[in-house]
Design a protein around this ligand. Structure first.
Ligand SMILES: C[S@@+](CC[C@H](N)C(=O)[O-])C[C@H]1O[C@@H](n2cnc3c(N)ncnc32)[C@H](O)[C@@H]1O
Length: 372
């Protein structure tokens, strides 16, 4: 193998850094010890990450964050609720303190920690954590997952449309769980996207893959002048219709059931949204959806893709590590860097694609394009 000068310099540096003697020196030296400690801690955190996740999972299953939001409590006070003896309760609570989910309040009691404080106000995070039990199962042997040796995955079963030949045939019982999870977790995504892009100058919005309509409801609250359409698989669209009626927006929000990749989409929208949809699909499926979106719009119409993306500065582990494995376990889709999405939307008949800044790119990025 031929290496460039820069490669050879890096190989020399990597060998130097890998030497235990060098690492001892770096950990002792005043000049390097902070960085050495930071790296040692970073590697340990990755090594122990599965245990940290289980501590969070246990706290969520026990509703500890909601309970402690009402005021600090001791292990003795919580043990009955946690259905374990006081010593075990204390061990779990201490573990949660160590990873900043909880914090000590005096010698005996525990309250919300600097990370746990975000949990009570965001039921979407707890819902995501609860459904991770499927992933624990699917990534038990990560190499089998990467090598495509798993015949079935729990995550693929849960997201019933992933890899299905006829997702439109799914009935209520297959879609109920995932639609509820999506609704519970849409809050911040909708808020950040709607703060980043004004719909003031639009007349009619169509949300493709809109689930049971929570995003459309948020749009309806914020922009009362807009007509609203939603498209999703028939059993999902039925739930949206019911929700729109219950929320009193049935006169301006309608839901249409069809397989977007095959069906004819309603016309009349001047802006189409795809919220957490494209990442679920492999290239061909994603292109079918983008082309369907294009055919539903007149030239000049607007497309908004709202989803986590790959290579988000500062949020790389979310797009590339978390969703990378999640979508592999699901059996379909990938997160994409904005440049790849831009290319795809251009291929589907859109131009002027640009990324719009959002408040929390870790979960929500926004790409806007115009139909040409
Ligand atoms: C990850 S969910 C996102 C739901 C919603 N946009 C949100 O962010 O909460 C993907 C949605 O796409 C829908 N979907 C998947 N494949 C579809 C297809 N071929 N035709 C229509 N809808 C589809 C699913 O039913 C689901 O509601």
């Amino acid at each position: 193998m031929q290496y460039s000068l820069i490669d050879r310099l890096r190989i020399w540096r990597d060998r130097k850094l890998a030497q235990p003697a060098f690492q001892r020196w770096a950990a002792d030296s005043w000049f390097t010890r902070r960085e050495a400690a930071r790296r040692a801690r970073g590697l340990f955190d990755i090594t122990a990450g599965f245990i940290y996740s289980q501590i969070l999972y246990a706290c969520v299953k026990l509703d500890l964050f909601d309970k402690l939001a009402d005021g600090p409590q001791s292990a003795a006070e919580l043990a009955d609720h946690m259905k374990m003896d006081v010593e075990a309760a204390d061990r779990l609570l201490r573990a949660a303190v160590a990873i900043d989910l909880l914090e000590r309040r005096g010698p005996e009691r525990y309250g919300l920690g600097k990370l746990g404080i975000a949990m009570p106000g965001n039921p979407g995070i707890a819902a995501m954590v609860r459904h991770h039990h499927m992933l624990y199962h699917d990534i038990d042997d990560p190499l089998a997952l990467f090598r495509g040796e798993l015949e079935e995955t729990e995550t693929g079963h849960y997201w019933s449309y992933a890899g299905s030949l006829d997702p439109a045939a799914d009935g209520e019982e297959r879609i109920a769980e995932y639609t509820t999870l999506m609704s519970t977790s849409i809050g911040f995504v909708a808020e950040d996207a709607l703060d980043a892009y004004s719909l003031k100058d639009h007349k009619c919005l169509m949300d493709i893959g809109g689930g049971e309509g929570r995003f459309v409801s948020k749009v309806a609250e914020r922009w009362p002048h807009l007509q609203l359409k939603l498209v999703d698989l028939p059993a999902v669209a039925e739930r949206a219709t019911k929700n729109f009626a219950e929320q009193g927006i049935g006169d301006r929000a309608t839901a249409h059931g069809c397989n977007v990749k095959k069906g004819e989409l309603p016309k009349g929208a001047d802006v189409v949204t795809l919220v957490r949809v494209i990442l679920d699909h492999n290239h061909d499926g994603a292109m079918e959806i983008l082309r369907a979106a294009r055919s539903a719009l007149e030239p000049g119409g607007t497309l908004l893709i709202i989803e986590p993306m790959s290579e988000a500065p500062g949020a790389e582990p979310v797009g590339d590590a978390y969703f990378g494995l999640y979508l592999l376990a699901m059996g379909s889709g990938r997160t994409r860097p904005p440049r790849m999405l831009k290319q795809m939307v251009e291929e589907a008949g859109f131009g002027e694609a640009r990324l719009v800044r959002t408040r929390r790119p870790i979960q929500t990025r926004l790409l806007v394009a115009r139909a040409v």
